[in-house]
Design a protein around this ligand. Sequence first.
Ligand code: ADP
Length: 175
Amino acid sequence: MSTAIYPGTFDPVHNGHIDIATRAAALFDHLTIAIYDRPLKSLLFSTQERRAMIEAAFQHIPNISVATYNQLTVEFARQIGAQAIVRGLRVISDFELEFQMALTNKKLAPEIEFVCLMTGQEYAFLSASTVKEIAMLGGCVAGMVPPHVADALQAKFKAGSDRGEESVKLVSLRD
Ligand code: ADP
């Protein structure tokens, strides 16, 4: 059985991630979406919240499961018997980073393959940071995230509350 993981922070999951995972699930018998528990970046959503949003987004795809991990990605892949790690590529700058990570991971785990899928054109601009900044400033994120994620973002950035702002890396949609 072919098994892959799709690792990431998913803070929160957006339609670019969903596109990559849906396409990857068609290539492998099983895909585990692997949520990194303790990234160096500060998070808007807790691990439980990120997990619940991903589970709700993929409940209609039976060969996708969701897990959290906090060790090396290749160690987690080995632990669950995955043969491949899936990543998404948006722009050239993603390629440089992914290439370096793939070569490093290959050194650590030569038996695991890295599969990069190109973003769908309509998602090339999307990142979790962009989505958070738009939501924080009261903009509309419909079409960028599923409705339940849009609701969760709205709840985090309730009018008059600055809760969560420190976790939003500004790419700057305000100047
Ligand atoms: P983000 O970059 O949105 O904060 P993550 O760090 O959780 O997301 O990334 C997880 C994986 O998803 C990475 O391989 C990343 O390149 C990929 N990815 C993120 N956004 C997109 C997108 N819009 N299209 C395709 N792949 C994406």
